[in-house]
Write a protein that binds this ligand. Structure first.
Ligand code: HEC
Ligand code: HEC
Ligand code: HEC
Ligand code: HEC
Ligand code: HEC
Ligand code: HEC
Ligand code: HEC
Length: 416
C-alpha cells in the first residue's frame, strides 16, 4: 500500500474513538481520601468464577457481554487484529513501520526503522470488547503503558493509537481512571501524587464484572456457602433494592461523560452517591450532543421527556446488563411499549402510517444512529473519512428519520 495514503489514514484514525482520552487525562486531579470513606480492598473480592456455582445462568450469559469482555489478558483469543503476513504492518512514516508479530507464545508490537528492529514490546492487556475497537497495554514493572497500534473494528484494520502521528512511542502511561471504567478492580501501588501511577499486578480484576455492580462479594460467598439452607442473601447489594438515583449513579460512574474526580479512582462503590466522588457540574454541560464513545448516555437520556416525565426510568428500564442484547431492536421496543401503551402514557401517532410492524421498531425513529464526531476513519480507497454510528439516547421526535424510515418501508414493500 502507498505509504503516504497509509499515513494520511493514520492521521484520520488519530481522532478515533480514543481522542476523548486526552481530555479525560486532563480532567483528572488527584483527590485525597477523606477519613471514614470505605474504599473496597482486593481481599473483599471473590471473582466471578466463584459466583457460578449458585448463579449459573447469569454467569454464563454475562461471559458474552461487552462489559465482561472490556478488558483482559492479551492472548490469541482476545486480540482481534490479524498477525498474518501482509495484514500485520502499520506504516507510520516513510521509513517507520510497526509490525504485529507472534514470537513463541507471545505477541509483540515491533518497531522497524528503515528495515531494522528498533524496539519490541508485548501485548499484555487488551482494553475494549472489540465492538468498536481495541487498544493494548504493556506492563513495565508495575506500570501500564499503551502500545502505539490500536485495532479498529469497522475497518478490520490496525491503526495508530491516539496522539502518535508519525512518531512511535511506547511510554504513554495508563491512568487509574481508565482502568476504573474498563475493569472491576486494580489496587494502586503508588501514592496519588506520583505519575505515572503504579498498580499491584496481582490485584487486577479484568472486565466490568459482577462485583463492580454488586459490590465486593467474598463475604457473601463465604456466608451462603456455609449456610446453604439460608435462601435470602447477605453481604451483597442488589441494585433493585436501591433508589433510582443510586441506580443511575452506578451507571454514571462510567457512562456519564467526562467527570472530574475528587477522590481516588476505585473509591466509589455501588450504593454510593456519585457526587461524593466526582464534581458533576464542571465546564462540560451535562447535556452535550456527545453521543461518541466515551460519551454521555446518561446526559442524553436525562434530557429526554421520557426520563423527565416518568418517576421510574433508569438505564435498567431498557437494559438487562446480564445479557448481551446488542442489536435486538424488537426486544428494546417492547420496553418502550411497557410505558407507551393505551393504558399508560402517550402512544405513537404513527401507528396507522407504519402499521403493525411499529411494535418491533421504535428505535430507528426515536433513538437514531448518529454520526460520531470522534470515531472517524478514512477507509482504504476513500477520500472522505467515514464516521462510525452510535445510538442517540436523546429520545425524541426526529422528522427526518421518520421520512427515511417510511421511504425505506415503501421501497422494500415495492420490491416484494
Ligand atoms: C453458595 C451459593 C452462592 C454463591 C457462591 C454466591 N451467591 Fe449470590 N446468592 C445466593 C443466595 C442463596 C441468594 C439469595 C437468593 C437469590 O436471590 O438467588 C443470593 C443472592 C444474590 C444477589 C441478590 C441479592 C438480593 O438482595 O436480592 C446477588 C446480587 C448475588 N447473589 C450476587 C452474587 C455474586 C456477585 C456472587 C459471586 C461473587 C455470588 N452471588 C455468589 C447464593 C450464592
Ligand atoms: C465500571 C464501568 C462501567 C459501569 C459501572 C457500567 N458500565 Fe456499561 N460499559 C462500560 C464499558 C467500558 C463499556 C464498553 C465495553 C466495550 O465494548 O469494551 C460498556 C458498555 C455498555 C453497554 C453496551 C453493550 C454492548 O453490547 O455494546 C451498555 C448497554 C451498558 N454498558 C449499560 C450499562 C448500564 C445500564 C450500567 C449500570 C447498571 C452500566 N453499563 C455500568 C463500563 C461500565
Ligand atoms: C453492569 C452492572 C451489572 C453487572 C456487571 C452484573 N449485574 Fe447483576 N444486577 C445488576 C442490576 C442493575 C440488577 C437489578 C436488576 C433489576 O432492577 O431487577 C442485578 C440483579 C442481580 C441479581 C438478582 C436477581 C436477578 O436476577 O435480578 C443477581 C443474583 C445478580 N444480579 C447476579 C450477578 C452476577 C452473578 C453477575 C456476574 C456474572 C452480575 N450480576 C453482573 C447489575 C449488574
Ligand atoms: C468514564 C469512563 C471511561 C474512561 C475513563 C475510559 N473509557 Fe473507554 N469506554 C468507556 C465506555 C462507556 C465505552 C463504550 C462506548 C461508549 O458508550 O461511549 C468505552 C469504549 C472504549 C473502547 C472501545 C471498546 C469497544 O469494544 O468498542 C476502547 C478501546 C476504550 N474505551 C479504551 C479506553 C482507554 C485506553 C482508556 C484510558 C486511557 C479509556 N477507554 C478511558 C468508558 C471509559
Ligand atoms: C418509564 C416509562 C417510559 C419508557 C420505558 C419510555 N418512555 Fe417515552 N415517554 C415517557 C413519558 C412519561 C413521556 C412524556 C409523555 C408526555 O409528555 O405526556 C414520554 C415521551 C416520549 C416521546 C415524546 C418526546 C417528545 O419530545 O415529545 C417519545 C417520542 C417517546 N417517549 C418515545 C419512547 C421510545 C422510543 C421509548 C423506547 C426506546 C420510550 N419512549 C420509552 C415514558 C417512557
Ligand atoms: C428507553 C430505553 C433506553 C434507556 C432508558 C437507556 N438505553 Fe441504552 N440503548 C437503548 C437502545 C435501544 C440501544 C441500542 C441497542 C442496539 O441496537 O444494540 C442502546 C444502546 C446503548 C449502548 C451502546 C451504544 C452504541 O451505540 O453502541 C450503551 C453504552 C448504552 N445503551 C448505555 C445506556 C446507559 C448507561 C443508560 C442509562 C444512562 C441507557 N443506556 C439507557 C435504549 C435505552
Ligand atoms: C416511522 C417512524 C416512527 C416509528 C417507527 C415510531 N414512531 Fe413514535 N413518532 C413518530 C413521529 C413522526 C411522531 C410525531 C407524530 C405527530 O406528532 O404527529 C411520533 C410520536 C410519538 C410519541 C409522542 C406521542 C404524543 O402524543 O405526543 C410517542 C410517545 C412515540 N412516538 C412513541 C413511539 C413508540 C413507543 C414506538 C414503537 C412502538 C414508536 N413511537 C415508533 C415516528 C415514529
Amino acid at each position: 500500500m502507498n505509504p503516504f495514503f497509509k499515513y494520511r489514514r493514520s492521521v484520520a484514525v488519530t481522532v478515533l474513538i480514543f481522542s476523548g482520552l486526552l481530555i479525560f487525562e486532563r480532567c483528572m486531579n488527584n483527590g485525597t481520601e477523606t477519613a471514614g470513606s470505605k474504599k473496597p480492598v482486593f481481599s473483599q473480592f471473590a471473582g466471578s468464577a466463584s459466583c457460578a456455582g449458585c448463579h449459573k445462568e447469569i454467569c454464563n450469559n454475562h461471559l458474552g457481554t461487552a462489559h465482561y469482555l472490556t478488558s483482559g489478558v492479551a492472548d490469541k483469543n482476545s486480540i482481534k487484529g490479524s498477525f498474518d503476513t501482509g495484514k500485520n504492518i502499520f506504516q507510520f512514516a516513510a521509513n517507520t513501520v510497526v509490525a504485529m508479530e507472534k514470537r513463541k507464545d507471545s505477541f509483540f508490537q515491533v518497531e522497524y526503522l528503515a528495515g531494522r528492529e528498533a524496539a519490541a514490546y508485548p501485548f499484555n492487556v487488551v482494553i475494549g470488547s472489540g465492538t468498536k475497537g481495541q487498544t493494548y497495554l504493556h506492563w513495565n514493572k508495575d506500570r501500564l503503558f499503551q502500545l502505539p497500534i490500536t485495532y479498529f473494528t469497522a475497518a478490520n484494520e490496525w491503526c495508530n493509537s491516539p496522539g502518535y502521528p508519525g512518531k512511535v512511542v511506547f511510554n504513554r502511561p495508563v491512568t487509574s481512571r481508565c482502568l476504573e471504567c474498563h475493569s472491576t478492580f486494580a489496587e494502586p501501588a503508588s501514592t496519588p501524587d506520583k505519575q505515572p501511577e503504579a498498580f499491584n499486578r496481582n490485584t487486577m480484576i479484568y472486565g466490568v464484572d459482577c462485583e463492580k455492580c454488586h459490590g465486593p462479594g467474598a463475604e457473601h460467598v463465604v456466608f451462603q456457602t456455609k449456610n446453604p439452607g439460608v435462601k435470602t442473601a447477605k453481604f451483597i447489594i442488589n441494585p433493585a433494592s436501591l433508589s433510582r438515583q443510586q441506580n443511575l449513579d452506578l451507571c454514571i460512574l462510567c457512562h456519564g461523560g467526562r467527570l472530574q474526580k475528587t477522590k481516588p479512582s476505585f473509591s466509589f462503590k455501588v450504593g454510593d452517591a456519585i457526587t461524593d466522588y466526582f464534581a458533576l457540574n464542571d465546564a462540560v454541560p451535562q447535556f452535550a450532543s456527545e453521543i461518541d464513545v466515551h460519551g454521555n448516555q446518561y446526559g442524553l437520556m436525562a434530557a429526554s421527556k421520557c426520563f423527565m416525565k416518568s418517576n421510574t426510568m433508569t438505564c435498567n428500564t431498557c437494559h438487562n446488563t446480564h445479557i448481551n442484547e446488542a442489536g435486538k431492536t424488537a426486544v428494546f421496543s417492547q420496553r418502550c411499549i411497557s410505558c407507551h401503551n393505551t393504558e399508560h402514557v402517550a402512544e405513537c401517532k404513527m401507528k396507522t402510517t407504519v402499521g403493525g410492524g411499529i411494535s418491533s421498531n421504535c428505535i430507528d425513529c426515536h433513538m437514531p444512529l448518529e454520526q460520531s464526531r470522534a470515531i472517524v476513519v478514512l477507509l482504504p480507497g476513500n477520500d472522505v473519512p467515514t464516521p462510525a454510528k452510535m445510538r442517540s439516547h436523546y429520545i425524541k421526535i426526529y422528522p427526518n428519520e421518520t421520512k427515511k424510515f417510511i421511504e425505506q418501508m415503501k421501497s422494500s414493500a415495492n420490491k416484494k
